[in-house]
Design a protein around this ligand. Structure first.
Ligand code: A2H
Length: 276
């Protein structure tokens, strides 16, 4: 189905803490976390929605690698800093061939500090750039594919039906929470943040579609696909930005805001363009 390389924006979700099981296995991680240099990276096609992040998602049964990269400060600068990025091994290999992640001349080289399971990442607090909330949590999303993007997904439940359905599962199902190590404090404080107005679908288009199609859970694959297609198309062509005043995109069409927000986040070191 893929005809050429797909461009994603990788949003850098800064780890604020890591579980003891991880830091005892990878001791150098603690210092890097204290310095703010450790990130889960999530691939997104919707940079303009980052104002609405309420959490991020990992696959509990997935395996993620912890890698050191010499990340370019901004798309234009020659400066780089050593950062620790957490993602699927496949994504790290791709990244190692891209100049934004490694010094030209070192392509294909990977420095791996260790591995971490998705299960261990559940409950990890992160700082998500542009989000209204200072601290959001990694939750399970059981439909994540480990062979697309980084295997980590940032969550914008106002505008993504997948994200909405899963967050609703975690908010409403106490048994499911207990089974996966999700606590109420990781979900209860996080309300939807209106980002885009779509005529006919409102300020929380994903919620509108999930309710309209009577989507039951994050496993309702067929209907979720339908909801995604509808909100994506209508959002892109008819959506108007409600959020993003600070970046000058409030009032803009989604189709125009997308590149503005992407460029700004990359310039500010909050995101990196990634191809696969
Ligand atoms: B999108 P495509 Cl607001 N497994 O970002 C499952 N889903 C993944 C993934 C993976 N390994 N990697 C990325 N994704 C999600 C925002 C968003 C996204 C919104 C609305 C729609 C939407 C916030 N989540 O995607 O198969 C990521 O979620 C609808 C398709 O490459 C990414 O963009 O087209 C999108 O799927 C990439 O999917």
């Amino acid at each position: 189905e893929n005809v050429g390389p797909q461009e994603y924006m990788l949003v850098k979700l800064q780890l604020l803490e890591a579980p003891e099981s991880v830091t005892s296995r990878i001791p150098e991680l603690s210092e890097s976390i204290a310095k703010g240099h450790v990130f889960m990276v999530a691939a997104t096609l919707r940079p303009e929605t980052m104002y609405g992040q309420t959490n991020c998602y990992v696959l509990p049964s997935g395996e993620y690698g912890v890698y050191e990269f010499d990340v370019q400060h901004t798309p234009k600068s020659a400066e780089r800093t050593r950062q620790v990025l957490i993602c699927a091994a496949r994504a790290a290999r791709n990244m190692s061939y891209q100049d934004a992640f490694v010094e030209p001349g070192s392509q294909g080289q990977l420095k791996q500090l260790g591995t971490v399971s998705g299960k261990e990442l559940v409950g990890v607090p992160v700082k998500a750039p542009k989000a209204k909330y200072e601290r959001v949590y990694a939750l399970p999303l059981l439909s994540i594919s480990m062979t697309k993007g980084t295997g980590i997904v940032t969550s914008v439940p106002s505008d993504s039906a997948d994200d909405y359905a899963a967050l609703r599962d975690w908010k409403t199902d106490e048994k499911l929470r207990a089974k996966h190590g999700v606590t109420e404090e990781m979900v209860a404080p996080f309300e939807l943040v209106p980002v885009i107005n779509i005529p006919g679908l409102g300020d929380r288009a994903a919620e509108t579609m999930v309710l309209k199609l009577k989507i039951k859970s994050q496993h309702d694959e067929k209907k979720l696909k339908e909801a995604k297609a509808e909100t994506y198309k209508r959002g892109f062509y008819e959506g108007i930005m409600i959020a993003g005043k600070e970046d000058g995109v409030e009032g803009m069409k989604v189709s125009e805001a997308k590149d503005v927000v992407k460029a700004k986040m990359c310039e500010d070191g909050e995101a990196i363009v990634y191809f696969e």
